[in-house]
Design a protein around this ligand. Structure first.
Ligand SMILES: O=C(O)CCC(=O)C(=O)O
Length: 322
């Protein structure tokens, strides 16, 4: 494509000058001093559209380019995927409300199922000792199992490590123990309740999940357009975090596995809802969902009784959930 010459011969004040000369002092200011600047050919010759846009000498599009203005990319995404270091004690970087953080092998090697079976063993012991609420119950209309009172050394240690990794306030940590007993269990799409429950939202601005056992897909479904879906694999030992606005903009769930691919193996997810400090507040966050903006699927509840139920739940319990 031929060069766009419309801005040549003007400097930032619109005066006549050679762009290349006025650019020299600005271009490449922040490059690594350990590098030889002459190895970058852009320090010579004609300025490209991206260079000119950077210097305020005009912003151009191209036939296959949305914008050559580098600042046009500084826009909030609907989801920003970040990677954490499994060897670190803390994530250690500032979080955004759009963040999804993935930490593969956070708890164990991908092919080591020791923790999966150990957690199940601890749950069996708790159930045998009749620890209150430790029993398995059917959840999400029979889609999978949960325990409302999970306990055990391993469970406690996992919760602590996960909460500390993101610096979640200890007093606000809510938890859930999901068991997808085999590959036929799944989880329907939903928002965690902090998306629509103001009392919860005061104490919870993120969801963190730990996966153990079979790899399953965590599916995100655009809350405004269910043709838009993003699927993340959840491997054994992996940690997965998502921020407040991800929970509002998307529903999430665990995809069903086609019958031909079911292998009998299960998965545990330990979920922690909590409040991460110092998350970057940026303009353009979505409002919390209200009864008007949130799709109503419960044909048995009037919207009024459900609003009341939600706020009561939030006031009574610090735990999160769907
Ligand atoms: O199992 C998972 O990874 C998702 C769990 C979840 O969405 C929930 O417990 O609300």
């Amino acid at each position: 494509m031929g060069a766009d010459r419309s801005h040549e011969g003007r400097n930032m004040q619109g005066e006549n000058s050679d762009d290349r000369k006025s650019a020299r002092s600005v271009w490449g200011r922040n490059t690594d001093p350990a590098l030889d600047p002459s190895e970058d050919p852009r320090s010579r010759g004609e300025l490209g559209k991206a260079q000119r846009a950077m210097l305020g000498l005009g912003v151009a599009t191209g036939r296959n380019t949305n914008s050559f203005d580098p600042r046009s990319t500084l826009v909030r995404p609907m989801m920003r995927v970040r990677l954490g270091d499994p060897k670190a004690a803390v994530f250690g970087r500032r979080l955004h409300h759009d963040d999804v953080v993935i930490v593969p092998e956070f708890l164990c090697a991908k092919d080591d199922w020791t923790l999966y079976y150990k957690l199940l063993e601890e749950m069996r012991e708790a159930q045998a000792q009749r620890v209150p609420n430790a029993e398995w119950i059917s959840w999400h209309e029979g889609a999978h199992l949960i325990s409302k009172g999970p306990c055990g050394e391993t469970f406690d240690a996992i919760q602590k490590r996960v909460g500390d990794y993101f610096g979640l306030r200890p007093e606000n940590r809510g938890t859930r123990f999901n068991w997808y007993k085999d590959a036929s269990d799944w989880k329907p799409h939903h928002h965690d309740s902090a998306a629509f429950n103001a009392a919860r939202a005061r104490n919870q601005n993120c969801t963190v999940g730990i996966s153990l056992g079979s790899t399953r897909e965590l599916a995100f479904l655009d809350a405004k357009d269910n043709t838009r879906r993003i699927y993340f694999p959840q491997d054994n030992g992996m940690l997965f975090y998502f921020g407040r606005d991800v929970n509002i903009n998307w529903q999430h769930g665990v995809n069903y596995v086609p019958e031909s691919e079911q292998d009998g193996k299960g998965r545990i997810s330990i979920i922690l809802w909590g409040f991460a400090e110092d998350v970057l507040d940026e303009p353009g966050s979505p409002p919390m969902l209200t009864d008007a903006t949130r799709p109503v699927y419960d044909v048995h509840a009037s919207s009024r009784s459900r609003v009341r139920r939600d706020s009561e739940r939030g006031a009574r319990s610090k735990h999160g959930g769907a």
